[in-house]
Design a protein around this ligand. Structure first.
Ligand code: BGC
Length: 351
């Protein structure tokens, strides 16, 4: 068998690895180990090296990194520790440690997008994980990388602080979904994308009624499968470190499966389509009793979210919103209006 591409997805919580073929299909099972903490380059590289030793043959490497990378070098690593990583020549180092194989490095949300987008129109990708990754594609071509994750969305709180995994665990599923609805409305105002893909580990926790024509749920494996499109593209650009197009080199478009709001309840298992985007069926089922448009999104989640015993010491978005003496459950959040005719979800409630 022709050697494949070693695909590596470096996350703030987990390191994932597999070998894929030129079309992004996995040739072996995905391996996942927890990201070492603290995570200086040496510790992370050692972990990757031992994972790679268990992989079948490969002749190229594609690496997705959770921060800004340019020309093979790390510029920021917010969920690992930028102080430890800034300036690190990760692309070169990985190649050196993995039998000198040619290596390409790209931001993780960019890599997910390469696997998910259809190649038509303006497509926006948001990854919901430890951090909030974003990427934008025009007719399949990756646009310059933007760190929306570190842009304020509410008061001075960034997308990462407002929607990231730490905050999701703290505020619970229902409120996290409301915040996501608000973020989607903002993305709509900002980019007017033809299509939005939600992916990453927390995409399975999305309970919103989504416009099935415009908002799709993608598989988390896209973070690895995008390595194929990364290698189809040629050259290097100034923005993400790699010129990448989801449809260079004859790669067939990823077929997206709709996140269908009106679908009937189905067995709770993940259905995988012929393409890379999938809809967890459990999720489609939940949407069956979603409210009509222009009604607040009714959350079908019955269990109240567990609150961690200890509150994080860092000030959170809610704390900043609260008035002195106000109830914790009633943040003074304003509802954001979305442009007419372009609503992506049911109305967002309070943040
Ligand atoms: C980083 C992004 C990254 C995202 C998801 C954010 O904290 O700034 O570059 O794509 O997390 O990992």
């Amino acid at each position: 068998m022709k050697p494949g591409i070693l695909a590596i997805d470096i996350g703030g919580t987990g390191l994932k690895m597999t070998v894929i073929d030129d079309r992004g299909s996995m040739l072996t099972e995905r391996v996942r180990v927890p990201t070492p903490h603290p995570s200086p380059p040496e510790a992370l590289l050692a972990a990757l090296e031992s994972m790679a030793a268990r992989m079948p043959d490969y002749d190229r490497i594609a690496v997705a990194f959770p921060g800004v990378v340019r020309d093979g070098r790390v510029l920021t690593a917010p969920n690992l520790d930028t102080k430890l990583w800034a300036g690190f020549e990760l692309q070169q180092e990985i190649s050196a440690r993995m039998r000198g194989k040619p290596t390409r490095l790209i931001n993780d949300a960019d890599m997910q997008g390469l696997a998910l987008v259809s190649g038509k129109g303006l497509e926006f990708v948001m990854t919901l994980g430890t951090g909030i990754g974003t990427s934008l594609f025009r007719d399949g071509e990756l646009m310059p990388h933007m760190e929306l994750a570190h842009h304020p969305i509410h008061k001075n709180f960034t997308y990462d602080q407002y929607l990231g995994d730490v905050e999701r665990k703290r505020i619970g599923r229902k409120r996290w979904n409301r915040r996501l609805a608000r973020a989607l409305e903002l993305v709509n105002v900002l980019f007017n994308p033809d299509r939005i893909y939600l992916s990453g580990g927390n995409a399975t926790r999305v309970d919103l009624k989504l416009d099935p024509q415009r908002v799709l749920i993608g598989s988390n494996d896209a973070g690895l499968k995008g390595g194929a499109a990364l290698w189809h593209s040629a050259g290097t650009d100034r923005h993400s470190g790699t010129h990448a197009s989801a449809h260079g080199g004859g790669r067939p478009p990823a077929r997206a499966v709709r996140a269908d709001a009106a679908s009937k309840p189905k067995p709770a298992r993940t259905k995988r389509g012929a393409g890379d985007a999938v809809v967890p069926e459990k999720q489609s089922g939940r949407h069956a009793d979603a409210p009509p448009e222009n009604q607040p999104v009714k959350q079908p989640v019955k269990q109240p979210a567990k609150q961690p015993k200890k509150r994080p010491t860092q000030q959170t978005a809610d704390q900043a919103t609260r008035q002195p003496g106000a109830q914790a459950k009633k943040p003074a959040a304003k509802r954001l209006d979305s442009p007419p005719g372009k609503r992506l979800t049911g109305k967002a409630g309070k943040a």
